[in-house]
Ligand binder design. Structure first.
Ligand SMILES: C[S@@+](CC[C@H](N)C(=O)[O-])C[C@H]1O[C@@H](n2cnc3c(N)ncnc32)[C@H](O)[C@@H]1O
Length: 315
């Protein structure tokens, strides 16, 4: 058992495959709507997911956008029923691509959340450096997390997710507070632009094509829930949401329809419990080759081309 998890998991925990409030970890092998129907009203504190984007991945049948949105509406409706009055829903999405034209999924999903009475608190931009290289438009380097709450009285813990101040030694230079530090010693609010590497070329990468990194979800778990709360992911994939939850002494549950990903999720959760799952730490700065002092500032091929040009000019 991982020392990090001792307070909630003080005895051997097993991974249940059906939902029950007395469980600690649940991986339901099947359709999320089926398991959602078994979850009591208002019992989940955080529902966070990255749903299928309807772009023809191996686990999804590409649907007409209207049908896709109707299916999402059914799932979101059940999520709202099972969400606690102080709870949050976070939907992490990118773009749907229709014959080369992009449709931002958060924009088309927003009316569904609004119709169900949810209130949007943030539209977080998740920026990363790696991805597909496009030829006919700028390469996509962000996705969004839309965060909604059920009421105006919601859980929000800022202190556990504060990040280092840019100028921690800055002081008031005049007025009654002159000489005192002007910024919060616990760090600053991380804002709504999150620069977090995606799992391409990353320690957490598995065979799953659309995994999100654990640290992305840790920030949501820490700020939007308290210890012992339930965190649920209707499209749990490789179990990332559950891993982020149990790492911080929350209960974690999710559904996954593809058997090989169910197996992968269970294996990764077991590794997390044993303290052997390798992940990128939340507080590690993003790698900057220039700061690291080992970058080639000019691509070798370009350098060669420049040298040839110079040589030719000299002739
Ligand atoms: C975008 S991926 C989520 C990956 C996840 N965030 C992770 O870090 O591994 C969506 C997942 O939903 C699963 N899925 C699709 N339809 C589903 C359904 N109706 N119920 C449960 N899972 C479903 C897919 O197999 C896929 O693994």
């Amino acid at each position: 058992m991982n020392g990090r998890n001792q307070s909630l998991f003080n005895q051997e925990v097993s991974i249940a495959d059906t939902f029950g409030l007395s469980e600690t970890i649940v991986v339901y092998p099947g359709d999320c709507l089926t398991v959602l129907k078994t979850i009591p009203d208002e019992s989940l504190q955080l529902i966070v997911t990255s749903p299928p984007y309807n772009i023809g991945k191996e686990y999804e049948k590409r649907l007409h956008l209207d049908l896709y949105l109707r299916q999402q509406e059914q799932v979101i409706g059940e999520c709202v029923r099972t969400l606690s009055p102080r709870g949050s829903i976070c939907w992490q999405v990118g773009n749907y691509v229709d014959r080369g034209a992009i449709i931002p999924l958060d924009a088309v999903l927003y009316p569904i959340f609004a119709k169900l009475g949810l209130r949007m608190r943030n539209r977080i931009i998740w920026h990363f450096e790696h991805g597909l290289h496009c030829n006919r438009r700028f390469s996509g380097r962000y996705e969004t997390i839309v965060w909604f709450t059920k009421s105006d009285d919601y859980t929000f813990n800022l202190d556990p997710v504060r990040i280092p101040q840019k100028y921690p030694g800055k002081k008031y230079f005049k007025g009654p507070k002159a000489g005192q530090y002007s910024c919060n010693p616990l760090g600053k609010n991380p804002g709504d632009l999150w620069v977090i590497p995606n799992v391409k070329n990353h320690v957490e990468k598995t065979e799953h094509p659309c995994q999100f990194p654990v640290e992305l979800i840790e920030r949501l778990v820490l700020s939007l829930t308290n210890e012992g709360d339930w965190v649920f992911d209707p499209f749990v994939g490789t179990g990332t949401t559950i891993i982020a939850a149990i790492r911080h002494q929350r209960r974690g549950a999710g559904a996954e329809i593809v058997p090989k990903y169910v197996k992968l999720a269970r294996e990764r959760i077991q590794q997390e419990l044993q303290g052997t799952l390798r992940t990128r730490p939340m507080d590690r700065p993003v790698y900057d080759p220039v700061e690291a002092g080992n970058s080639l500032t000019v691509a070798p091929c370009q350098k060669e081309t420049n040298e040839v040009t110079l040589f030719e000019n000299e002739q």
